[in-house]
Design a protein around this ligand. Sequence first.
Ligand SMILES: *[C@@H]1O[C@H](CO)[C@@H](O)[C@H](O)[C@H]1NC(C)=O
Ligand SMILES: *[C@@H]1O[C@H](CO)[C@@H](O)[C@H](O)[C@H]1NC(C)=O
Ligand SMILES: *[C@@H]1O[C@H](CO)[C@@H](O)[C@H](O)[C@H]1NC(C)=O
Ligand SMILES: *[C@@H]1O[C@H](CO)[C@@H](O)[C@H](O)[C@H]1NC(C)=O
Ligand SMILES: *[C@@H]1O[C@H](CO)[C@@H](O)[C@H](O)[C@H]1NC(C)=O
Length: 171
Amino acid sequence: MTMSSSAHLFIFFIFLISTASTILATDHIVGANRGWNPGINYTLWANNHTFYVGDLISFRYQKNQYNVFEVNQSGYDNCTTEGAFGNWSSGKDFVPLNDAKRYYFICGNGQCYSGMKVSVVVHPLPTAPTPHISLPLSSHSAAPMPVVLHRGWGFRLLPLLLFFCFDLVWI
Ligand SMILES: *[C@@H]1O[C@H](CO)[C@@H](O)[C@H](O)[C@H]1NC(C)=O
Ligand SMILES: *[C@@H]1O[C@H](CO)[C@@H](O)[C@H](O)[C@H]1NC(C)=O
Ligand SMILES: *[C@@H]1O[C@H](CO)[C@@H](O)[C@H](O)[C@H]1NC(C)=O
Ligand SMILES: *[C@@H]1O[C@H](CO)[C@@H](O)[C@H](O)[C@H]1NC(C)=O
Ligand SMILES: *[C@@H]1O[C@H](CO)[C@@H](O)[C@H](O)[C@H]1NC(C)=O
C-alpha cells in the first residue's frame, strides 16, 4: 500500500467515525439522570427533545416499584391502562419509536397521578437529503463522489460506502 492510499483509508475511517452519530438512532432516557420517578414534570423533559422514527425511548427505575404502559390518549388523560398497547417492567426498558405519531406512556401502579406520565411526538425522518458530504476520496478519481447521508439510511449505505472506498483505494 502506498502512503497516499493509506492516507485515504485513514481519512475514510475518520469520516466513518464522525458520521456514526448521525447513523445511530438516539436513545432518549426519560427524565435524564432523574429517571422514571414520581414528582417530575415529564412534559418539560419531552419539550426539550426531538424524537424521530427509529429512535428509542428508555425508562430507568427501581424494578418492582414502577412500570411502564403504552396507552392511548384516554389512558394518558385518565391514568388508566385498559386497552394498553404494551407494558414493560424490567427497570431498564427500551421502547422503539417505530411510527410517526404521538405516543403515550404512563406508570400503571397509581403513580401516574403523581406525574409518572409522558407523551412524545415522533417525527418522520426528513425526506430532503439535508446533510451533503462530498468526499475527496482519491485525487485521481474523475469526479468528486457526493455521499449523501441520511438519518436511517446509514445502515443501508454503509456497505456501499465501504465497497466504493476499497474499490477506489485498491485500484
Ligand atoms: C408541566 O409543565 C407544563 C409546561 O410548562 C405545564 O403546562 C404543566 O401544567 C406542568 N404539569 C404539572 C403537573 O405541573
Ligand atoms: C434541556 O436541555 C438542555 C441541554 O441539554 C439542558 O441544559 C436543560 O437542563 C434541559 N432542560 C430540561 C427542562 O430538561
Ligand atoms: C378519559 O379522558 C378523555 C379525554 O381524553 C375523556 O373524553 C373520557 O371521558 C375519559 N374517560 C374516562 C373513562 O374517564
Ligand atoms: C383508548 O382505549 C380505550 C380502551 O380500549 C377505549 O375505550 C378508548 O375509546 C380509547 N380512546 C381513544 C382516544 O382512542
Ligand atoms: C402486559 O403485556 C403482556 C404481553 O406482552 C400481556 O400478556 C399482559 O396482559 C399485559 N399486562 C397487563 C397488566 O396489561
